[in-house]
Design a protein around this ligand. Sequence first.
Ligand code: FMN
Length: 273
Amino acid sequence: MKQVFKTRVTEELGIAHPIIQGGMMWVSQPELVAAVSEAGGLGVLTALTFETAEGLADAIARTRALTSKPFGVNLTFLPTLVPKDYGSLIDVVVGEGIGIVETAGRNPEPYLERIKSGGARVIHKCTSVRHAKKAEAIGCDFISIDGCECAGHPGEDDIASLVLVPLTADAVKVPVIASGGIADARGLVAALALGAEAVNMGTRFVATRESPAHDGVKEWLVRAAETDTMYVMRSLRNTERVLRNEVAEKVVELESAAATACACSPAARSRSA
Ligand SMILES: Cc1cc2nc3c(=O)[nH]c(=O)nc-3n(C[C@H](O)[C@H](O)[C@H](O)COP(=O)(O)O)c2cc1C
């Protein structure tokens, strides 16, 4: 495979191109992950999608049946209404000899020693320079820095990649991966110019043939304008960028009436039934 850009990320992760498909709940299934890795990038499975240790082990086996190239597993540590059994998911990651782990959400420090005990390199995805410095200090090997353009959780600071990527590249010694709002070769070249050594993309991969998303969603994404996304859950300090639709507008309306995440939890629903 012809290599165009050689960076510390391509060298250390053993991939041809500095392009990572970030972990995406429900979307990064084995077929998509393997296709990205086969094409010379890095595909990343999302552990929480598979819920149980057995489910994750099965997804890893299915991915390995489709590619012999490197791929990673994402572990997202965010507040959830139903507690997650991270310990058993990490046991699978270590037991299966997964060499690359993408962590995201909260500080991964409580889990880092165990994750790295099998020799995995850790990419920590974060949204601020202070969190990037902290991740480097606790031993993460790569920093994936999400500007507020990103889908999913952009953090609470609203700093765009044009500012965040060079500041992070100046602040840490480990390789930096630029994430958020990147969808084509122009974004890749710009990210490299800003000091990143790879890009991480999510939304663009949702709209691929290999993605399990419904065709209607893919068409919607391709047609969407830059104003067609919005934030939800800002009032809970758990901000998420989503496509603008009726459900998202309703969530913001409920938030403005002081709703909490627990208002729609199974426990709360059964109490009010
Ligand atoms: C549908 C979808 C689901 C996502 N789920 C997760 C997730 O479970 N964990 C995570 O760390 N990031 C998740 N992300 C964020 C992506 O990994 C990536 O950081 C982000 O999409 C980059 O911004 P972009 O969409 O502008 O390329 C998700 C993104 C999308 C679009």
